[in-house]
Ligand binder design. Structure first.
Ligand SMILES: C[S@@+](CC[C@H](N)C(=O)[O-])C[C@H]1O[C@@H](n2cnc3c(N)ncnc32)[C@H](O)[C@@H]1O
Length: 446
């Protein structure tokens, strides 16, 4: 029996809740399997992302109306969440349509009692209105509920950035993200790519932060010949700044330690204009394949892939082999919550501690592979200081032959100057509506 958009949304949200996969991967799989129409893809994406983004807020709204209900099944709770999401946040869907669909799904999946309960809860909310955030007295707790972030994370960021900035970080993650892409400037200019895309019915404009970036306004980029023929690569604007910070030149040999799926590897290789070599390492074989696919699509000849734990690379390469090294480390990903909302619920404090340890070990173990006078760049797509500034301080304290490189500021766009702190920069997602990113540049003593 074929399923409608809301039933598919329920299936996906159920799998996310059971920690079976990330929302973006599940969504893509489901869209392909059910060959949905564009309008249904839009609605499915909106319901899955929106319900996930607002989960804790919606649970706060539901709580008083579920007091009388006995223990409810997880699928029923999720059905209520996604229906309430439509009622509260999607203006174009009439409340009665959202309630009708919810009741129909409840009938189909459960029994009369359940559909009656779903109907009763949603209609009571409609009648009585939503609970008020003002009733939550503690400001951090209120912020956590209003923006749907776990309290421990709000408390951690409030201690690191203050409550006002924390609010901006959290609120910016609730806005739907846009797709951005990097133009392969060896093949065409940004205006040329914009006009190629226009001919393929994709509307795009130039980006605001990175000179070689475009922002997609309408259409599916990956289906175009322009994409398939290697003129563009999907990448966030802040992520594009990392290759600039590394500044690869001429025939240099570059090590990219945590390279999959290859966004920065391919950017570095493009900037080398076919010269030199990028050794792209990743620990997961299936992810190394993703780098190879991108290298092939972009027709790059100066990339070599290696499957390895980067903490072990000092056993495989001679000391002082590389001119430049990039450590784009595994991290909590709190800078990309806008794209991967489930991260904010699945990552725990212990994960941050473990990740910081891995980040420090990778940096320490690859440091010896850099030539004297060489450049090391450390980057993450997170905003937590324990994985960023703290890792930088620890690395510098333990590696006296390295210093932070204040020239980083010259490599980056002018808009970033206020945020550059003597060799490193923390981009928060609300500054430029990009992913949150951290970039530090080090120089090894001659
Ligand atoms: C932030 S992602 C890298 C993104 C990539 N640089 C890009 O621009 O497309 C981190 C990567 O590190 C890899 N990784 C995790 N632990 C690793 C380790 N110990 N050694 C090498 N790679 C590792 C993960 O598989 C993941 O692909």
């Amino acid at each position: 029996m074929s399923k409608n958009v809301r039933e598919l949304a329920l299936d996906i949200l159920l799998q996310i809740e059971k920690n079976q996969a990330y929302s973006n991967l599940l969504l893509n799989k489901m869209i392909e399997r059910h060959s949905l129409k564009a309008v249904d893809i839009g609605l499915l994406t909106e319901i899955v992302y929106g319900t996930t983004q607002r989960k804790l807020t919606i649970d706060f709204f539901l709580k008083p109306f579920l007091k009388k209900a006995k223990k409810i099944d997880l699928w029923v709770l999720i059905l209520l969440r996604l229906s309430l999401y439509q009622i509260v946040y999607l203006d174009r869907i009439p409340d009665r349509a959202a309630i009708f669909e919810a009741v129909e799904i409840a009938k189909k999946r459960g029994h009369r009692g359940i559909s009656g309960m779903v109907n009763g809860v949603l209609r009571s909310i409609q009648r009585e209105g939503l609970p008020n955030f003002e009733n939550i007295k503690d400001p951090l707790e209120r912020l956590a509920i209003e923006t749907s972030f776990p309290l421990w994370l709000i408390e951690k960021w409030a201690a690191q950035y203050g409550i006002d900035t924390t609010r901006k970080i959290c609120e910016s993650s609730l806005v739907p993200p846009h797709v951005t892409a990097r133009v392969n400037c060896n093949k065409a200019t940004v205006p040329e790519v914009l006009s190629l895309l226009e001919k393929e019915n994709v509307k795009a404009k130039t980006g605001t932060l990175s000179v070689d970036s475009i922002v997609i306004e309408e259409g599916n980029l990956t289906k175009t010949k322009t994409f398939q023929n290697g003129y563009v690569t999907i990448q966030d604007e802040s992520s594009m700044l990392v290759a600039r910070a590394l500044e690869p030149e001429n025939d240099e040999i570059i090590l990219d330690c945590c390279a999959a799926p290859g966004g920065k590897t391919t950017h570095i290789a493009e900037r080398l204009k076919g010269q030199g070599k990028v050794i792209a390492v990743d620990i997961h074989p299936h992810k190394v394949k993703l780098i190879e696919e991108q290298v092939e699509r972009l027709n790059l000849t100066n990339v070599e892939t290696v499957i390895s734990d980067s903490r072990e690379l000092h056993k495989h390469f001679r000391p002082e082999t590389f001119d430049r090294i990039l450590v784009d480390a595994p991290c909590s990903g709190f800078g990309v919550i806008q794209r991967k909302p489930d991260i904010k619920y699945s990552k725990k404090l212990e994960d941050i501690e473990k990740l910081a340890e891995i980040q420090c070990t990778i940096l320490k173990n690859v440091a010896g592979l850099l030539k004297k006078g060489g450049t090391l760049v450390y980057s993450t797509c997170t905003i937590d200081k324990d994985e960023n500034e703290e890792v930088v301080h620890k690395f510098l304290a333990e590696n006296r032959d390295f210093s932070i490189d204040p020239t980083l500021i010259e490599k980056l766009p002018n808009q970033l100057k206020p945020y550059c702190n003597n060799g490193y920069v923390q981009i928060l997602p609300h500054y430029f509506s990009t992913d949150g990113f951290f970039i530090a540049r080090f120089r090894k003593q001659v």
